[in-house]
Unconditional design. Structure first.
Lengths: 326, 326
């Protein structure tokens, strides 16, 4: 298992059980795509292997906490794998709709094998997620994951419906973040708690708020760059027609931006200029402050009953969402 | 609930509990798409409402048999709704890939609202299926439905991979039928038995064989027509590049057909001529005989323990698959 330095630190704080569980999640992810035809298994498997930060499985594991009961551990591992499978499925389907060539620096399934393969691979990943969860989770878990799936689909749709519309409101932006990002972070925490039979409210609004902050800070990064650390051009959202909070806020401060039709921004150089202009308004600091509020509230909402070590690891995840962007 | 005359007869034989359960399935289907955003709910809902024969939910209900236990009845209803939701999800995604305008005589979601909406609507229908099932089914049910989902995706992919290839073998054709049709019929029976706590082997290979026969007879109908009863031109499969068993068999008898490149068939009139030629070889009777064998084996495989009324209804479903094409 290749962990990012960030995750390494988390695992160190979280303890050996976190490391052991994450390794088991990787193994579940590896085998979950096998047995559904060679081509599908390869493409679904490659998507999962391409990885990412495994932030959602980590949330499941940390939400669950340590347990000496192997049945609990197995349920936590399955739940964590299920959440990552759903995340992968939505990425594959998004890439089909966008006709995207690259994801995390690797060719997408749709680029490698076409829309048919990618649509099918996404469907298989969805169904594998529920199969994983069914092995260990009860009805409440499956309901929670299914609700998150619906929210993700709805969020993706909202983003596309609002594309190129500069009149997108803050409320609408926040609803989109809730649906397309916070819902699965929230489900990850819920599933972890359910798998380990912990009180459902123990983490408060932790997952949802971390998810909101994550999305906001991602949207800041798209404007602030640098490209060297994000792996994509500044202003990619602008060029995609995705109106994010930094742009919405900046328009309130800068008449030129307020009059700007997003469709008129047609190339990376122009997008970079608009990004500079957004940054100059102070909008990035405003959005960052809002995101930090969510992180602080997420941490403050953790129940008193949470063990110190588990709390420390959860707080580190929350801080990690921020530090990634500092 | 508007039942086809065929289903009416089945319900009459099956008894009042079948009618009552099917009505409850319709109600579950109606509410399942609600609450995920207005547009999504409308499109997902319309897809479900457009209906069809409800053959798969009917199989769940008949496989389950009658029960005086309301918990069993509720589980059967949820399982039946879940199977139909999966079926609807795959149709919506297939229509996206085909860019299809019409389905069951109504505009498709992709035609009405675009690829984004249709992809999201399909994803929501998939996730709703598992949410329904989770309310009442155990891990075995969810695993069975998930396996069927994977098989459907794999079957769809196989069909597209084999498109326009006249060298498709009988074995490959049968594998495709297993995956894209028989798997969900099989799961329907499995889910019905699981929901009512009946022995897993009680229906033998009933669902799988009925599904195979259903697909074969559908493929015959595409060649034999008449368009007035199928609602589509003869030879639609040919024009789509889908090489079916009637064509494969006919090529063994007719040198002209053996030499025919499917890509050279470019219009309905030409497709109709090829259909005539396929029919003239006797291939349709051969395939029909094979389908009837599967129907007979399906009926013969029903366990001795099955109650007479339930057996009669199941046999009627099996015969209905055939009579639709006589």
């Amino acid at each position: 298992m290749n962990l990012t330095p960030e995750t390494e630190e988390l695992v160190r704080v979280g303890g050996d059980h976190v490391r052991a569980l994450l390794a088991r999640v990787e193994e579940r992810l590896r085998v979950s795509a096998v047995g559904h035809g060679e081509a599908l298994a390869r493409h679904a498997g490659d998507t999962i292997a391409a990885g990412g930060k495994r932030l959602r499985p980590l949330l499941v594991v940390l939400a669950a906490g340590e347990s000496s009961d192997e049945r609990v551990a197995a349920a936590v591992v399955r739940a964590a794998a299920a959440v990552e499978l759903v995340h992968s499925a939505t990425l594959v389907h998004d890439d089909v709709l966008d006709g995207a060539d690259l994801r995390r620096g690797r060719p997408t399934v749709v680029a490698l094998a076409g829309r048919e393969m990618a649509t099918a691979a996404g469907d298989v990943l969805f169904s594998r997620a529920f199969a994983e969860l069914a092995q260990a989770g009860g009805a409440a878990s499956i309901r929670a994951l299914s609700d998150a799936c619906s929210a993700l689909a709805r969020g993706e749709l909202l983003q596309r419906a609002d594309a190129w519309d500069p009149a997108v409101t803050v409320e609408r932006y926040l609803l989109r973040c809730e649906l397309k990002t916070a819902s699965l972070f929230h489900a990850a925490c819920e599933l972890g708690l359910l798998a380990s039979h912990r009180p459902p409210g123990e983490l408060g609004d932790f997952g949802r708020r971390i998810g909101l902050a994550f999305q906001m800070l991602d949207d800041i990064l798209d404007v602030s760059g640098p490209a060297s650390s994000t792996g994509k051009h500044r202003g990619t959202d602008l060029l995609d027609g995705t109106v994010t909070l930094p742009f919405i806020r900046a328009r309130e401060h800068d008449g030129h931006l307020a009059a700007l039709d997003p469709r008129s921004v047609t190339g990376p150089a122009e997008a970079e200029q608009v990004c500079e202009r957004i940054a100059a308004t102070g909008a990035l600091e405003e959005v960052r402050a809002l995101a930090l509020d969510h992180v602080a509230a997420a941490k403050a909402g953790l129940a008193e009953t949470i063990e110190p070590r588990r709390r420390e690891a959860l707080e580190l995840v929350a801080d990690g969402v921020v530090s990634r962007y500092s």
